[in-house]
Design a protein around this ligand. Structure first.
Ligand SMILES: [Cu+2]
Length: 116
């Protein structure tokens, strides 16, 4: 009986992991102002425009290929995700400007966030 219970819990967990996109955001903050797919060795869209104080969310989904998001210039050391194969990373931009970022293992993967 216990074994069956444990098994069904495992199935539910796996299903939740697969469906992924909804329900896994933490309670803080609302919807991100922009969502960037990290897929096919690229950030899509490569450039987004948001307003000051808004949040950008990166969604990692590149068939197991690990990527990260690392800010350049004044965001160096601030905008910095782990290497991820799935899940999301969010960053809230509190200052206006044009911010470039890249992927550590793939320097050709670059993106820009314009904050107005
Ligand atoms: Cu990458």
């Amino acid at each position: 009986m216990k074994k069956i219970l444990a098994l069904s819990v495992g199935v539910v967990t796996a299903a939740a992991l697969v469906s992924g996109c909804s329900g896994d955001t933490d309670a803080a903050g609302g919807e991100p102002a922009a969502v960037i797919e990290v897929k096919n060795m690229a950030y899509t869209p490569a450039q987004v425009s948001i307003e000051k104080g808004q949040t950008v969310q990166w969604r990692f989904n590149d068939s197991g290929m690990p990527h990260d998001v690392v800010g350049e210039g004044q965001l160096e050391g601030k905008l910095e995700s782990e290497l991820l194969t799935e899940g999301t990373y969010e960053y809230t931009f509190d200052e206006a400007g044009t911010f470039d970022y890249h992927c550590t293992p793939h320097p050709m993967m670059v993106g820009t966030v314009i904050v107005q």
